[in-house]
Structure formats: structure tokens, C-alpha cells
Write a protein of this length. Structure first.
Length: 501
């Protein structure tokens, strides 16, 4: 959730620089060149940063190996990885070529399609024909480019299975099966952006009609203000639920980042999972006591706290992990710790953006902006934990009951649900301009948790259709009304089509 700001802000800030370097490129080719470079930076940049960090570790190990008289391997490995990353950016089925193909196809197909529509649909207005030609051009370009992108195979979406025989005759041997789903994140990003464009335009027109009639109400104004925070809260809550109960449905990097921010003992997560699965049952000895009794030993708590047969439920102090029995004190400590952790990560990002702007005023505001974003993330973590405590200790037992069955239901999902419902509303601490970007950033990832990561290859055309139609909507809107496309996608398309009619 932190790095998306750099991606979202960079295209608009670099637009003036791009106009200088691409001034010698023909106008019709500039969007293609910009799209390729933007795709190259998106695909290669993060991998280069990760490689440089890894290279620093390799160099330290090489120094230790040299001092010990052992062979070193870090430098050759670094050069090999660097070459692989750079060549990957030139792959004809890679992301940079894909971006250039979508934009280039839309640009070059629009004019002949408009001429064709002029001949067939003279009863339509010129504006309608222009929009239709752009939509069809973008649809065709997106469909063909996406099929090219999908043609690249990945080991994660390939299995080798043995074909069964019959009547005692052995099967023909192992069979390679390819699955679809590698491009699902890209599809969901396009679908989310298209829905945002459509809903945003409909709401804008509704607001203009109501205001013109003098019927615009405070409730409607509040709905407009809270839509983005509500979308973020719903999406982030769904992601947190998945992180607790189905972490395999999230990307590995997401799991790692959330785990680092949450700073929770893995045994607590596993205990909640077992409560939901029904393997850890209160009041019964199902052999689950060692899981939490080992945690009691590490933290110096009574061993019976971790035995679900005797401790119904296990004390909330175990959730606090050493902060004492008070849920409110634990929340305060969590906030301070999380704020310090987040500030150490946000401040360099804001300082980096400030250096690019070369503004003294921005330099002074960088710590304040970093503190505000850190407060948002700290409140997110704090509200999640305090929501769990509210359901387990403060409100849950009073509303649902205190018997064993109610305690089982609370720890079997209700407490986590309470944390998921609360945590995302920390977005209200962020600046209003940031809320829409963050909502559109997490929404596709939340949708991905509801869909299978791999599915049968013969159903891939559905995903291709969804991507092509959604991309056509977004690109048409970007060419017609650039401000209507919001978030990271809007910033990127704004830089790509800068100066285009």
C-alpha cells in the first residue's frame, strides 16, 4: 500500500520531461514510445531495486568468503540476474511490448475505423462516431495484445499429470496441462478502472441534474464523499480476512508485507484458523493445546491459558503479546509501534519525491506528509487489533453470549470480521486526494481473493473479453475526458496521451 504513491505520482510529474525528450518523435508515435517506456519502468524498475538490495547482501557475503579464503559467487550471479532482467524487458510477449501494442493499436486503428463508421452510420453525430471508433479501436488492440501477453507460459500455471490407463493397460504417459489466470491481476485492474469510469460519469451527471433542479441533498453529498473510503474499507477488510484464513490466495509479496506490518505471532494466526476449521474446540481436548502453550512458555504466562479444554476462551492478553491485559493500552502501544515502523518507510519515499520536485516548500512538507500517511497505516493496524478485542472481550460476549458455543463462534470468525470491518476506515486520516488512489489500488486485489488464481485454459476467452471491453472503456474515456480516469491508471494514461487530441 505504500509504493503505489510513487507509481501514481511519477507519470504526471515526468510529463514535462517526456515532452522534451520525445519532441523529435512524430506526434502519432509519441504515445507508443511513452507507453513502452512506462511499461519498461514498471516491469523492470522494481526488479532492479530488489536486485541491487540483494547485490549488497552478496557483496557482504563475498567479503566474508574472501577473508576466509573461500570462492566468491556474488558478482557473476549479479551480472547474470541483471542481464536476465534487462532482456526480459525486451521480450516480445513482455509487459512493455504489451503496453505499446495496446496504445499503438488504439492510435493507428482509430482513423480507418472512423472512416468506416462515417460510411455506415451517417445518422450518428460526429462525436458519437468518434467515440465508437475509439472504443472499437481500443477493443481490437486490447484483445490482440492481451492474447499475445497470455501466450507466454509460466511454470506456476503448468502441471504435469499422469494419464490413467484402462483394463490393466498403462496410460500413454505424463501429460502437460496449461492453466489460465496469469494475467488475472491485469484484468481486474482494467475492470475496476472501467467500473470507476462508468459509475463516476453516471454519478456526475446525476449530481449536475439534481443541483440544476435545486434538489441536491446533504445525504447525496455525503454518499459522494464516502464512496472512496467505503470502497477502500471493504476491499482492505476482504484482503485482511483472506490474509488470516486463506493466505495462499494472496500474492507472496502481499503476505510478506502484511505480516511485517502486523507483527503478530504466527501461532495466534494458526489458532484462529483452527478455531474456524473446528479442529480447536473450547471445552474439549482435541490435541491442540501444544500450539498456544508453547506461546505461554515463551511469554511467561500460565500454561493453562493455552489449553482450550481449560481456558474458555484463551485470554485477550495473549492477543496483546506482552502488552498486558488492557485492550486499550495494547491499542495505544500498537499505534505508536506501527507509526514508528511506517514513518521509517514513508519518509524516504516522500523525500525522494521532494528531491524530484526541487522545491523548498515540498521539502518542508515531506515530514508532515510522511507523518500523516504513517498515522493512517498505524490506525489501520490498531483498528484491526482493537476490533478483534472488541469482539472477544468488550462487546462480543455481551451481545452474543458467554457460553462455550458463543465463545467458539467469536474466535471462529466474528472477532476477525470485526477487525476487518474497522481497519479500513483509517483511510479517513489520509488526504481526500489520496483516498481515491488508494481505493482504486486495493479494489482489484480484493476482487482477486474471490476468484481462482488458476482456471481451465478453455475459459480464458472470458477473461480476454472482460479485459478488452474494460480497456476500451478506459482508453476511450482517457482520450475524451482525461480527468474521469482516476488513480494510477489515470495518471499513467494522462502522461501517455499528453498532447494527443
Amino acid at each position: 500500500m505504500s509504493t503505489h504513491r510513487v507509481i501514481a505520482d511519477s507519470p504526471s510529474r515526468l510529463s514535462s520531461t517526456r515532452r522534451k525528450w520525445d519532441s523529435g518523435i512524430p506526434t502519432v508515435l509519441r504515445p507508443v514510445a511513452r507507453a513502452y517506456l512506462l511499461g519498461f519502468a514498471t516491469a523492470v524498475g522494481p526488479r532492479l531495486v530488489a536486485l541491487l538490495v540483494q547485490h549488497g547482501r552478496w557483496r557482504r557475503k563475498d567479503k566474508q568468503a574472501t577473508a576466509a579464503g573461500e570462492a566468491t559467487h556474488g558478482e557473476p550471479a549479479f551480472l547474470t540476474a541483471l542481464q536476465r532482467i534487462l532482456w526480459g524487458g525486451l521480450d516480445w510477449r513482455g509487459f512493455p511490448i504489451f503496453c505499446a501494442a495496446v496504445v499503438g493499436g488504439t492510435t493507428f486503428l482509430e482513423r480507418p475505423l472512423r472512416a468506416f463508421l462515417d460510411l455506415l452510420t451517417k445518422d450518428l453525430s460526429a462525436i458519437a462516431r468518434r467515440r465508437l471508433s475509439r472504443w472499437f479501436a481500443a477493443f481490437i488492440a486490447a484483445w490482440l495484445s492481451f492474447r499475445l501477453r497470455q501466450s507466454k507460459r509460466s511454470p506456476a500455471f503448468t502441471d504435469t499429470i499422469a494419464e490413467p490407463g484402462s483394463n490393466g493397460i498403462p496410460g500413454p504417459g505424463p501429460k502437460t496441462v496449461h492453466y489460465a489466470g496469469r494475467t488475472l491481476d491485469l484484468t481486474l485492474l482494467a475492470v475496476t478502472s472501467a467500473l470507476d469510469v462508468i459509475v463516476g460519469e453516471l454519478w456526475h451527471r446525476h449530481r449536475l441534474r439534481r443541483q440544476a433542479a435545486g434538489k441536491w441533498t446533504p445525504l447525496e453529498a455525503a454518499i459522494g464523499r464516502l464512496t472512496d473510503p467505503a470502497l477502500f474499507a471493504l476491499s482492505s477488510g476482504l484482503i485482511m480476512w483472506t490474509w488470516i484464513y486463506q493466505p495462499s490466495r494472496l500474492p507472496r509479496s502481499y503476505n510478506k508485507w502484511i505480516g511485517s506490518a502486523a507483527a503478530v505471532d504466527a501461532r495466534l494466526i494458526e489458532a484462529l484458523q483452527r478455531c474456524r476449521e473446528g479442529t480447536l474446540l473450547y471445552g474439549r481436548d482435541t490435541g491442540q493445546a501444544p500450539l498456544l502453550t508453547s506461546m505461554c512458555t515463551d511469554y511467561g504466562w500460565p500454561a493453562e491459558w493455552g489449553d482450550p479444554a481449560r481456558s474458555i476462551p484463551f485470554p485477550c492478553e495473549m492477543v496483546h503479546m506482552g502488552c498486558g491485559p488492557s485492550c486499550e493500552y495494547h491499542a495505544a502501544v500498537r499505534f505508536l509501534r506501527s507509526f514508528r515502523w511506517a514513518f521509517a518507510r514513508y519518509l524516504p519515499i516522500f523525500l525522494f519525491l521532494t528531491v524530484r520536485r526541487r522545491s523548498v516548500r515540498s521539502l518542508r512538507r515531506a515530514p508532515l506528509s510522511a507523518a500523516r500517511s504513517s498515522a493512517f497505516l498505524a490506525a489501520f493496524i490498531t483498528l484491526f487489533y482493537y476490533g478483534v478485542c472488541l469482539a472477544r472481550t468488550r462487546l462480543g460476549p455481551r451481545v452474543l453470549g458467554r457460553d462455550v458455543a458463543c465463545r467458539q463462534r467469536i474466535d471462529g470468525g466474528y472477532c476477525v470480521a470485526a477487525g476487518c470491518l474497522l481497519c479500513g476506515w483509517s483511510i479517513l486520516l489520509e488526504a481526500r486526494g489520496r483516498r481515491k488512489d488508494m481505493a482504486l489500488f486495493v479494489a482489484p486485489r480484493a476482487l482477486a481473493t474471490l476468484l481462482p488464481r488458476r482456471y481451465a485454459l478453455d475459459k480464458q476467452w472470458r477473461e480476454t473479453l472482460a479485459f478488452a471491453a474494460s480497456t476500451a472503456v478506459v482508453l476511450t474515456c482517457a482520450l475524451e475526458n482525461r480527468r474521469r480516469v482516476r488513480g494510477v491508471v489515470g495518471s499513467a494514461l494522462g502522461s501517455v496521451f499528453a498532447g494527443s487530441a
